[in-house]
Design a protein around this ligand. Structure first.
Ligand code: SIN
Ligand code: FE
Length: 298
């Protein structure tokens, strides 16, 4: 039997309907987000133009791709199969990026100048389709915290904004897991030790873009250990949350355990954030892990 988590402990609901806000009352928002809560904006929708709506079909993806991806800082678009659809996909992901920045300027102004390396995705597959095909390690319907195998981040935060753009009324359903400190305590004893030689080798042969730090190693181990533990998946602390079309949510996905269970058609915008921009860096996974292992992890 799953161990339930109270909604108020995992989610902060915000009433906003606009991406550009005049004087929002954002005082408690940063603290809630940094504690690992999901900021949930049930009435913040992202309206598609007719050309953009025509993109909502998985046949649009290049074969074997999970998503269409866009790097706004390089204006780089990947994953669109048909050249004539590229302008609409670029426009959609560029507009979404701009709206996410505007929202951050209103709700999380201290993050705005510090965040970097923005990357967005348009997710077209049904969750049920990739669930059926993924290996356990890639199966994002198992509770996990995000850690990128090829892009070490040395403790920087992964901040993500999501908007359900399903035109058929289908919610994106997630499971949300426990706060990071008890999660780390639970799994740390099982994680394998860091090998400087392995980290050097992975970088030398090009598997990683830079060398994995002790932190990156631990976070990948944690990601894998969570997904591999079927008892934890079934019985661990969790809350089911359905995000209906026309809703938006924000979380630190390196901190908040999450699992996508159902849905189709999602926009997602990632930002990387240095710890120095946080109101309370002691909440970051890097700080929590360092206090548990009593050594520097970067
Ligand atoms: C994930 O970030 O693990 C998947 C989220 C989603 O696609 O709903
Ligand atoms: Fe994830």
């Amino acid at each position: 039997m799953p161990n339930p988590i109270a909604y108020e402990l995992a989610v902060m609901t915000l009433p906003y309907q606009q991406w550009h806000l005049d004087r929002p009352d954002a005082s408690a928002v940063v603290a809630a987000l940094e504690e690992g809560k999901i900021l949930y904006l049930p009435r913040l929708s992202f309206i598609l133009t007719p050309q953009e709506e025509a993109l909502l079909d998985p046949v649009l993806l290049e074969p074997e791709r999970k998503n269409i991806s866009y790097r706004p800082d390089r204006d780089r678009l990947d994953g669109v199969a048909a050249p004539e659809q590229r302008p609409a996909a670029r426009q959609l992901l560029q507009r979404y990026y701009q709206d996410c920045r505007a929202l951050m300027a209103s709700l999380l102004p201290a993050y705005l100048d510090a965040c970097h390396s923005p990357a967005g995705t348009l997710r077209l597959h049904q969750v049920a389709d990739w669930r059926a095909r993924a290996s356990w390690r890639k199966d994002d319907s198992r509770l996990h915290v995000d850690a990128f195998p090829s892009r070490p981040n040395r403790g920087e935060r992964i901040l993500r904004v999501f908007t359900n753009i399903n035109p058929y009324g289908i919610s994106r359903t997630w499971r949300i897991g426990e706060p990071f400190p008890p999660l780390a305590q639970r799994f740390l004893p099982r994680l394998r030790r860091y090998s400087p030689l392995a980290s050097w080798w992975l970088n030398a042969v090009g598997i990683t873009q830079t060398r994995r730090s002790r932190y990156d190693h631990l976070m990948l181990q944690l990601h894998d250990a969570m997904k591999a533990d079927t008892d934890y998946q079934r019985d661990g602390p969790q809350l089911v949350m359905a995000f209906p079309p026309g809703s938006t949510w924000i979380c630190f996905s390196d901190q908040t355990p999450h699992a996508a269970m159902d849905g189709q058609f999602l926009l997602e915008q990632t930002f990387m954030l240095p710890l120095s921009a946080m109101r309370d860096p002691r909440r970051a996974p890097l700080s929590v892990l360092q206090s548990l292992v009593h050594e520097s992890l970067i």
